[in-house]
Design a protein around this ligand. Structure first.
Ligand SMILES: O=C(O)CCC(=O)C(=O)O
Ligand SMILES: [Fe+2]
Length: 262
């Protein structure tokens, strides 16, 4: 990736190299347009899994699949999302210099995705645009804890219309997942790794709730004598949260033709 001061200003500092978070990466108008494109499709366009449903563009990656060309994303995904990412310089070292694949995931409140890694079919970079609702992405260590349990390392709050970029060690040395919850809990400046990167509105929403909870909790502590003052905010998942995960699939059949055209 080329040194881009603009990109650098979006770095999630508490994380090891490298992850970046951009609130309001797309406008509400662009979000509405994308949602129309994604939802106005025949049911058969969706692959329904037990805990989420998904669409793939330009095509599903079955074992051994090779993308037909490097520029096969439909125009509504290429512009503005993929083109704006390219301007940030995130694909400057990837094989096709741009995202050539997009997975659209849709989670109802209470749905999620098990901890996993994205694997080596892709160049190690994933750029995720979130639509319609916020959600916590959990980042886990690959090594299990002493009792064989998953060890949570970081939590990233993804606001609607934001872009999250994960690459380098963050892509290769950790797992990521979304818990099957209707409410994301214990949110605070110390538990959210991208706290400093969040929009002012979300920070205010969380801080106000923490203030109210602290007041309530203080009253309870006085009454009951308990000492526990843990009072992180709770953000309910109110709508389906849709994510667009953009990647560069390494194997493309017709790359030479793509280069001649561009
Ligand atoms: O929805 C998300 O933000 C994560 C999706 C994901 O991890 C994946 O599609 O591999
Ligand atoms: Fe993933």
């Amino acid at each position: 990736m080329t040194e881009s001061t603009e990109l650098e200003s979006y770095r999630i500092e508490p994380l090891p190299s490298a992850a970046y978070y951009i609130p309001d990466f797309i406008s509400p108008h662009e979000e509405k347009f994308l949602l129309e494109k994604i939802t106005n499709v025949p049911d058969s366009r969706w692959t329904t899994l037990s805990h989420r449903k998904l669409q793939t563009y330009p095509t599903q990656l079955l074992k051994g699949t090779v993308l037909p060309t490097a520029d096969a994303l439909p125009t509504w995904l290429a512009v503005p999302c993929a083109s704006r990412m390219k301007e940030l310089g995130i694909w400057d070292n990837s094989p096709h210099l741009t995202a050539n694949h997009c997975l659209v995931n849709c989670y109802e409140p209470g749905q999620g995705i098990m901890p996993h890694e994205d694997g080596d079919v892709y160049f190690p970079m994933v750029a995720t645009v979130s639509l319609q609702d916020g959600i916590v992405l959990d980042i886990y260590r690959k090594e299990l804890g002493p009792a064989g349990e998953r060890v949570l390392a970081y939590r990233i709050y993804q606001e609607p219309r934001s872009l999250l970029i994960t690459t380098e060690n963050m892509y290769t040395d950790f797992l990521h997942g979304i818990q099957e919850l209707k409410i994301d809990k214990d949110l605070s400046p110390s538990t959210i790794s991208n706290w400093k990167n969040l929009s002012f509105e979300t920070q205010q929403r969380i801080l106000m709730q923490i203030g109210q909870n602290q007041q309530k909790r203080r009253e309870q502590v006085v009454e009951s004598g308990e000492q526990d003052m843990c009072v992180g905010a709770e953000l309910p998942r109110e709508k389906d949260r849709i994510s667009l995960t953009f990647r560069d699939v390494k194997k493309v059949r017709n790359f030479a033709a793509f280069l001649r055209k561009s």
